[in-house]
Design a protein around this ligand. Structure first.
Ligand SMILES: Nc1ncnc2c1ncn2[C@@H]1O[C@H](COP(=O)(O)OP(=O)(O)O)[C@@H](O)[C@H]1O
Ligand SMILES: N[C@@H](CCOP(=O)(O)O)C(=O)O
Length: 718
């Protein structure tokens, strides 16, 4: 199947009559299949048409009449092909309102040329396709925008007299009856080369488009008839000045509303079209950046009647006002918030969904599976993960799947008096991208649990239950099962029960082969026990203990990927910092789960505060556990930096300060303990297998909550 998508457009943008066009985010979609084996085929020109969307009642399904197929046939004929390949089916999905100044005909013309290019295998460049479009839609602004995308300025060549004559041959004369005109046969006049050109202007990302679309049509041909043949020099200069200003102003960030508002004034077409659009002049002058903050400018979209307001915010307010202005004339409108469509027209090829024709397909009864959601795959997954989930059961939470919600009996979990509940929610982040690249999904579930339960335990809470959320476009049972098994392993490490979760199969939401994952953990603190950090108890001189990390954990992976890209390393290459592993495998080392050792020292009252070192590193996370008058003074060199982090710092030439923000630098946890109890805490933690370092102490705070001494030591590696 070939799928062609063409954006709608708003032409003129005020002063740029027949010059400026802006492609916008409503797309005409054309799906083409060719089934030459069909024997029941007697559609005109060999092309069957089906249609849905705007204009479904009025647009012809006859290929000799329909604008898209007529345009396609013209282009095919110019290349010696007199009709469509046998068994061609064109399915048109058109959300662009017709005759409203949003370039529905421009999109149809571009779509027709693209259809011919694809099914005729013509190999035309977009520049040449532009020539064909201009043979039909004579003004280049809307077809230029739809074809090339973004904000375009278009211009036409000065043509030779014979070219002009060719250019002015109307479409009706190159296409067969009944569309009108004579059939010029297999060789209609071809467009001259390079008729049209375009330039793409910058568009400031902050600018969005409010389109207010009245419920009546103004055919573009009519809206052109009302324009004068000649203009005064003053009016022409007025518009030239505004165009020069506007095309630059629309690219500036932040946008200057005064410049844009003035730059969108026009004396060439809008004043003459007021007879076709009730109260047009009043409506255009009824909003200004002063009266409606956020507004940048306003104009008639194309030949109208749609009004286009450019704005950075306050969209609803602006739209409501314009709606109420039209209402004074008893005209109802709908409004849409649109964005520029930067890519212009696109064509993609994919396998046919089924050998059935569209008509047959449309008569078949539809199922959820047809829409891409398989209940059966979902059920298969539940069966596959049942035992892994069951293995996480703990007192108070039996971890069976199938209920509408996971039940927890806190009394049975050992909390006779109502405890304090602590909850945390987090995702894995872009570490998932590495799992996709390596097609290794069994460890990122551990990361997910770690990110959540480590956040709970630093507050002194014992994790009791966990819920996970797995979202993808198409459920691959093997991938999802492997992921959930990882989650279950993480839960066992933290001694919490996986009491439920959600697998969301949402066609079209995520890239193929990718998924997103998030999780939520709930933990308890016994009544009467302090929620950590206990900032009142902290004193200058308290010792800071650091617990070794297993590597990057689950943070800083966007930078990791950038560094690797710059170093030219693939995930399958040998890791320069660990020769026994590939880059991908080494980076997928799961985040350490510190729950059991930390609960062991918390229960003995040995710790005053703990900080989980995640995004923001030591600088941002350590101060989160401290009172405002104390700072953590940490000595670089008092803990080892893991080889992976050293390598990343060196390869990315990451400055030391940035290094201590992007990654954990080798410490997954930093704890505050009384200096007389530090040894006991350290012994217990080491018994649990932790690598424990005395990394500094609390001092009176001067300015920053975390001070790293001898920071240049890290720079010496470079
Ligand atoms: N998807 C489409 N398929 C066939 N014809 C179309 C399609 N879209 C637009 N047209 C034709 O273009 C006409 C509207 O063109 P025009 O008056 O230029 O208004 P617009 O401002 O929407 O481009 C419609 O009445 C219809 O004949
Ligand atoms: N410059 C033309 C643009 C017409 O665009 P459409 O989207 O209304 O077809 C004009 O103003 O006539």
């Amino acid at each position: 199947m070939i799928t062609i998508k063409v954006p709608c457009s708003s032409a003129n943008i005020g002063p740029g009559f027949d010059v400026i066009g802006l492609a916008l985010s409503i797309y005409l979609e054309l799906r083409i299949t060719v089934d030459e084996s069909r024997t029941d085929f007697d559609a005109p020109l060999n092309c069957e048409i089906s249609y849905e969307g705007q204009g479904a009642e009025e647009v012809s399904r006859d290929a000799t009449v329909n604008l898209i197929t007529r345009v396609a046939l013209y282009v095919l004929k110019c290349h010696g092909q007199s009709q469509f390949p046998r068994g061609t089916h064109l399915h048109i999905i058109n959300p662009i309102p017709l005759g409203r100044g949003l370039g529905s005909s421009g999109a149809a013309v571009v779509g027709g040329v693209m259809v011919a290019n694809e099914i005729g295998k013509l190999g035309l460049s977009k520049a040449r396709m532009f020539d064909y479009c201009l043979m039909i839609e004579r003004h280049p602004d809307n077809v230029g925008a739809a074809l090339f995308g973004g904000l375009v300025g278009t211009y036409l060549n000065e043509l030779e007299p014979e070219d002009t004559q060719r250019k002015e041959i109307p479409l009706a004369e190159v296409l067969p009856q009944p569309a009108g005109g004579e059939d010029t046969g297999i060789q209609p006049p071809e467009p001259p080369l390079n008729i049209g050109h375009y330039f793409q202007f910058t568009w400031a990302k902050e600018i969005k488009c409010v389109a207010v679309i009245p419920d009546f049509e103004v055919p573009t041909s009519k809206a052109r008839e009302v324009l004068p043949k000649q203009y005064s020099r003053e009016d022409v200069i007025f518009n030239l000045q505004r165009v020069a200003l506007l095309t630059t102003a629309l690219g500036q960030s932040p946008p200057n509303s005064d410049m844009i508002y003035k730059g969108m004034q026009d004396k060439v077409h809008q004043p003459y079209r007021k007879g076709l659009i009730p109260r047009l002049t009043d409506i255009l002058s009824s909003v200004t950046p002063d009266s409606h903050p956020g507004l940048l400018g306003i104009c008639l979209s194309g030949a109208g009647p749609t009004i286009l307001a450019l704005a950075t915010h306050n969209f609803e307010h602006i739209a409501e006002h314009l709606l109420s202005e039209f209402e004074k004339e008893n005209i109802t409108c709908e409004w849409m918030l649109l964005e520029p469509a930067y890519d212009g027209a696109t064509a993609t090829h994919s396998a046919d969904p089924t050998p059935a024709t569209f008509q047959q397909e449309q008569q078949q009864s539809m199922t959820y599976a047809d829409a891409g959601v398989s209940i059966d795959r979902g059920n298969e997954l539940v069966t596959r993960i049942k035992s892994a989930v069951r293995s996480t059961a703990r007192p108070g939470a039996d971890a069976t799947i199938g209920g509408f919600g996971g039940a927890i009996n806190l009394a049975a979990a050992g909390y006779k008096e109502a405890p304090i509940l602590v909850q945390a929610i987090d995702g894995v982040g872009t570490k998932l991208k590495i799992a996709f690249e390596m097609q290794k999904y069994d460890t990122v579930g551990i990361d997910l649990v770690a990110m959540n339960v480590n956040d709970l335990v630093v507050q002194g809470a014992e994790p009791i239950s966990f819920l996970d959320y797995f979202a993808c476009s198409k459920l691959d049972v093997d991938v999802a099962a492997s992921f959930v098994e990882g989650v279950a392993r993480g839960c066992k490490m933290a001694d919490c029960a996986l009491v439920g979760g959600e697998t969301a199969e949402m066609p079209g939401m995520y890239a193929d082969g990718e998924f997103d994952a998030a999780g939520e953990a709930t933990g308890c603190i016994r009544q009467g026990v302090k929620v950590l950090p206990d900032v009142e108890s902290m004193r200058a001189g308290d010792v800071l203990l650091g617990l070794g990390s297993s590597g990057c954990h689950s943070n800083g992976f966007s930078l990791v990927r950038k560094v690797l890209e710059r170093a030219g390393l693939k995930f399958t290459d040998q890791a320069p910092w660990q020769e026994s592993k590939t880059v991908g495998d080494a980076l997928l080392e799961p985040t350490k789960i510190y729950v059991k050792p930390l609960l062991a020292i918390t229960r003995r009252g040995l710790v005053k505060g703990m900080s989980h070192i995640t995004g923001g590193g030591l600088y941002d996370n350590v101060p989160r556990m401290l009172p405002s008058h104390l700072a953590a003074e940490m000595e670089i060199g008092s803990w080892p930096v893991p080889p992976v982090l050293k390598w990343l710092k060196r390869a990315g030439k990451v400055r030391s300060k940035e290094f201590a923000r992007a990654w954990n630098t080798g410490l997954g946890m930093v704890l505050v303990v009384d200096k007389h109890r530090a040894e006991t805490a350290k012994d217990i933690l080491e018994e649990w297998g932790e690598k424990v370092y005395e990394v500094g102490k609390l001092v009176k705070r001067e300015q920053d909550g975390c001070v790293l001494l001898q920071l240049d030591e890290w720079d010496e590696w470079d």
